[in-house]
Design a protein around this ligand. Structure first.
Ligand code: ATP
Length: 209
């Protein structure tokens, strides 16, 4: 299995990259999805969030009020650390499970916003960082996702800097241009780096058997 980590700041274009890699045949593990799964009603992490942050972050139907919780934690680094201490281990455990159950011959993509912050990038064969100017990302998040601008800035401030991410990268994909440019860069990456490497790995696996 070839393990590819895809990371980048909020709104950088990670989902666009992972989606295209899936179209090329990769198995994608989406850490944002896992982060949502571990706080579903009935999950231990949700009970701990309720204990710490109170009933105000729980909706009437028992589900987590994600925007309400985000409004509490993103402006306050200490509260964000508490939340991460609750959800982090549950997320790590689930990702580890998905990692071990991925087909051996696959290219598995770990789409993880906090790959660099958590030091997890060291375990991947190839670390792909999606990069776009902060102001461009904020504009896209506000215009296309309807995010509040202050909220977007708080979230960016809570993440690693572009320099820190670039330092961990094997490949930087520039997403300051059009979505089509980004997709073309992913296709090039697949053809030149990922597919040949994976073919070699699979051949090596076969010859060891
Ligand atoms: P998040 O961190 O929130 O998960 P992300 O890094 O996965 O975001 P995307 O969801 O791929 O980023 O992109 C963020 C937003 O910007 C989306 O609405 C997407 O459609 C848009 N977008 C991505 N790339 C471009 C581009 N090159 N030009 C214009 N809009 C773009």
């Amino acid at each position: 299995m070839l393990r590819v980590g895809v990371t980048g700041g909020i709104g950088s274009g990670k989902s666009t990259v992972s989606h295209r890699l899936r179209e090329h045949g990769a198995v994608v593990v989406d850490a944002d999805q896992v982060a949502r799964d571990v706080v579903e009603p009935g999950q231990p992490a949700l009970a701990r969030i309720r204990e710490h942050f109170g009933d105000a972050v729980i909706r009437e139907d028992g589900s987590l009020d994600r925007p309400g919780l985000a409004a509490l934690v993103f402006p306050d680094p200490a509260q964000l650390r508490v939340l991460e201490a609750i959800t982090g281990p549950a997320i790590a455990e689930r990702v580890a499970g998905l990692r071990s159950s991925a087909p051996r011959a696959s290219v598995t993509v770990f789409d993880m916003p906090l790959l660099v912050e958590r030091g997890l990038w060291v375990r991947e064969h190839l670390v792909v960082v999606v990069d776009a100017e902060v102001e461009t990302r904020i504009r896209r998040l506000v215009e296309q996702r309807g995010l509040d601008e202050t909220d977007a800035r708080h979230r960016i401030a809570a993440q690693a800097s572009d320099e820190q991410r670039r330092a961990a990268a094997d490949v930087v994909l520039d997403n300051n241009g059009s979505p089509e440019d980004l997709v073309a860069a992913v296709d090039h990456l697949w053809d030149t780096r990922i597919a040949p490497w994976n073919d070699n790995l699979v051949r090596g696996e076969r010859s060891r058997r």
